[in-house]
Design a protein around this ligand. Structure first.
Ligand code: THG
Length: 367
């Protein structure tokens, strides 16, 4: 069987680093925010092991920034988020649920506050910019909404600290989790945050200007050679082990932040201007919620559509993400489980493309 390839066109945007990613032997791409996102280099299992033991450079340019700039920037952001952003400092990053008026999840970005009137919303895979343009226009707000030419590049893995100190100095290495700093590097300002979509140590560099991409990529790769640095990407096994959520896979517009287990990022008492406040007040006790689950049997194929869960024939939810974890020697997944069945220890049945499997609801993610 010949595998189908992804047909390229202008709509499927390349990144400033695509040339190097291709040269590094990327085996599969996915599309995220209409842009290429590498998904596999050697194998998902081998990539996972390397991520946990060395250091990787990730082309995550597809984590596009929506810049909100102007006197109404904070107001616009708060209208769409139930997380209180008013006390945010200008060197902070916040993981925030973004919701429509019904409290349905539209996105789950990291927000960077750059100045009192300037934010970058580092989006997951949905076209959030148009929602902001619509709100800003409709409410006649004094704010610019645009996608700047910023391309995140992540350095992830246990040796990320050593490499970052080498490249950018001790002060950057000592950046606290979910804080960012701006350094002047090779003639330009560069925002670097301690963040990233892995449970390993990591940093994200917000590369300003596509024309700087290749030189910076090469510079980082050279500096990390003795650390066994490799081109890598968000890893489908590690992120499930860590419980890092994927918008569109684990939750969609159909789900509230409470169902997505993001209740700790919701402060309804502190956000009178959030458009979803009334709706979310009615939905604080969810009828279903994300849970880590383990599936019996041989390694399962990737989850490319929801797999229905049942308990004695009755609907119990669905699995949206799954992978075989070599470290935990088990099929692991993230499931949306109905309240009657979400207690840890509950056993369910999942219908997979390769037949039914027993499912165990767990209390915690793996790492
Ligand atoms: N980095 C940047 N932008 C992004 C992502 C990223 N945009 C898309 C996507 N990832 C957004 N989704 C997430 C999901 C989880 C986290 C970050 C972005 C995350 N969560 C931690 C956790 O759940 O343990 C910490 C959250 C916290 O403590 O505030 O890191 O990766 N730039």
């Amino acid at each position: 069987m010949t595998l189908p390839v992804l047909a390229r066109s202008r709509r499927v945007r390349r990144t400033p680093f695509t040339e190097r990613v291709t040269a590094a032997g990327v085996k599969a791409y996915t599309v995220y925010n209409h842009m290429l996102l590498p998904a596999v280099f050697r194998s998902v299992e081998e990539d996972c092991h390397h991520l946990k033991t060395a250091v990787q450079l990730w082309d995550v340019a597809c984590e596009r920034q929506i810049e909100l700039r102007g006197p109404d920037a904070e107001r616009l952001l708060q209208m769409t988020s139930p997380r209180d952003i008013t006390r945010m400092k200008t060197d902070q990053c916040y993981y925030v649920p973004i919701v429509d008026v019904n409290g349905g999840m539209i996105n789950d970005p990291i927000v960077l506050k750059l100045a009192a009137d300037r934010f970058w919303v580092s989006i997951a895979d949905s076209d959030l910019m148009y929602y902001y343009k619509g709100l800003a226009g409709g409410f006649g707000m004094d704010v610019l909404v645009f996608e700047p030419d910023i391309s995140p590049l992540a350095i992830q893995g246990p040796k990320a600290d050593i490499l970052v100190e080498r490249l950018f100095g001790q002060a950057i290495r000592e950046t606290k989790f979910f804080r960012h700093k701006t350094i002047h590097f090779q003639g330009q300002d560069m925002v670097i945050a301690r963040s990233g979509w892995s449970r390993q140590l990591g940093f994200e560099i917000y590369v300003d200007g596509a024309q700087h991409g290749l030189a910076l990529w090469d510079h980082i790769m050279e500096a990390g050679e003795d650390l066994d640095i490799r081109a890598g990407c968000p890893n489908g096994i590690e992120r499930i082990e860590a419980g890092l959520l994927s918008y569109g896979n684990d939750m969609t517009l159909e789900n509230t932040p409470f169902e997505a287990d993001l209740g700790k990022y919701v402060q309804l008492d502190a956000v009178p201007t959030c458009r979803a406040r009334e709706a979310l007040l009615q939905k604080q006790v969810p009828e279903r919620q994300l849970r880590p689950v383990e599936m019996s049997g041989d390694p399962l194929p990737a989850c490319t559509e929801t797999w229905p869960l049942t308990c004695q024939g009755k609907p119990a939810g669905h699995i949206g993400s799954a992978a075989y974890s070599p470290d935990f020697k088990s099929n692991i997944g993230i499931a949306m489980v109905e309240a009657a069945y979400w207690d840890p220890g509950t056993t369910l049945v999942v219908q997979t493309p390769v037949g039914p499997r027993d499912v165990l609801v767990r209390a915690k993610y793996w790492i």
